[in-house]
Ligand binder design. Structure first.
Ligand code: ADP
Ligand code: MG
Length: 395
């Protein structure tokens, strides 16, 4: 069911409660080291202001304060940075519910107000109905723009939406369009590149996407459990022993569905995983004692040839230990290859997004999801509570 988005609602003279994701990284002195998440919310905030809203009341979490007020998790530094980015005043209120908050909102001359960290209250993550009602009482309408927490049923993501007309902000809506679109209605051929460290993290994604896609290209640590399932020697590469049978059954299922699963045909191997380890390229069979840390050049060429015809590509999981430069080539080449294709390229997963950013190819992808865990659950085909709770678009 399609959900209301910002463009569907009348903002004129409304108090708009906006759940944002301002969970920014900070250094020891609480300086914000990366304000991407604040910038990403600006289009939603500006649109609401331009739409004539009386006030915009921003709520967010920051870090894991475990339900207690802790100064180091205060959102005050975010209010300051947001003011700079908007080039306008932002009022910070050092609490997020209660009468004092209400009266400060009423009295504020500023149109942009940021409330203190929601997770100072244990009721937030417990999705407490009373707390959700208190949040709802602060606004006339609710806008959720926090995709990164949409897979959690918290008071500010799920609970509050039961008490107000609720719409997706631009960030959340874009995620729904691209991730949802790729899964429900992909242009074919639809190919999935899967990597990352563990099969167990990606089972749900495989099960959901296998019937929908044309091929799955597997790299990264998870590839070696699949190779092991075909009785190939994998040396000391990453192996989940208890997932070998599952890998076997996935390979069989793929065969039954006539879907291709491509595995590495050569590999970069080392004796120990360290950034200065001497690397070697070996074929499909990995010698005793060796650890595969990246896909090899033949695998890159194989994947490239396969991906050429794709119209939709979903990529989740680096194909090597890309954090170390000497093992990053496979992941970098895959990123370069797909960025040059005319296919819709959709990137999910926190590490995969970080890899694409590291290679400075962000602008060349169709969509890079802003939510790590949330994007995985989306690709698993799960309903995300923060999206499901939004008001349905009238037919
Ligand atoms: P995402 O966050 O994009 O979903 P994952 O968290 O599943 O991705 O996987 C990322 C991790 O997988 C990275 O830290 C990377 O080092 C690791 N990885 C990739 N290839 C290998 C490999 N061959 N052996 C061990 N770990 C690997
Ligand atoms: Mg990860």
């Amino acid at each position: 069911m399609a959900k209301l988005n910002l463009k569907d609602i009348d903002l004129e003279n409304k108090k708009v409660l906006v759940r944002a994701d301002f969970n920014v990284p900070q250094d020891a002195n609480l300086n914000i080291t990366d304000d991407t998440r604040i910038r990403a919310t600006l289009p939603t905030i500006k649109y609401i202001l331009q739409g004539g809203a009386k006030k915009i009341i921003l709520i967010s979490h920051l870090g894991r304060p475990d339900g207690k007020r802790q100064d180091k998790y205060s959102l005050a530094p975010v209010a300051a940075r947001l003011g700079e980015l908007l080039a306008g005043p932002v009022k910070f209120v050092d609490e997020c519910v209660g009468d004092k908050v209400k009266s400060e909102i009423e009295a504020a001359r500023e149109r942009v107000i940021l409330l203190e960290n929601l997770r100072f209250h244990p009721e937030e993550e417990a999705n407490d109905a009373g707390f959700a009602k208190e949040l709802a009482a602060l606004g006339d309408i609710f806008v959720n723009d926090a995709f990164g927490t949409a897979h959690r049923a918290h008071a500010s993501t799920e609970g509050v939406a039961h008490y107000l007309k609720s719409a997706a902000g631009f960030l959340l809506d874009k995620e729904i369009q691209y991730l949802g679109g790729a899964i429900q209605n992909p242009q074919k051929p639809f190919m999935v590149i899967l990597g990352g460290s563990k099969v167990s993290d990606k089972i749900g994604v495989i099960e959901n996407l296998l019937p929908k896609c044309d091929a799955i290209l597997v790299g990264g640590g998870m590839a070696y459990t699949f190779l092991k399932a075909q009785n190939k020697p994998i040396g000391n590469s990453k192996l989940e022993k208890d997932k070998i049978d599952l890998a076997k059954s996935i390979l069989e299922k793929a065969k039954g569905l006539q879907k291709e699963i491509l595995l590495p045909i050569d590999n970069v191997v080392v004796d120990t995983v360290a950034s200065d380890s001497k690397t070697e390229i070996v074929g499909e069979d990995i010698p005793d004692g060796k650890i595969a840390v990246d896909i090899g050049p033949k695998t890159i060429a194989l994947f490239q040839a396969k991906l050429k015809s794709a119209k939709t590509i979903v990529w989740n999981g680096p194909v090597g230990i890309f954090e170390m430069d000497s093992f990053a080539k496979g992941t970098r080449e895959i990123a370069k290859i797909i960025s040059g294709l005319r296919a819709a390229t959709i990137i999910g997963g926190g590490d995969t997004a970080a890899a694409v950013a590291k290679f400075k190819l962000e602008d060349k992808m169709t969509h890079i999801s802003t939510g790590g865990g949330a994007s995985l659950e989306f690709l698993e085909g799960k309903a995300l509570p923060g999206i499901a709770a939004l008001t349905d678009k009238p037919r």
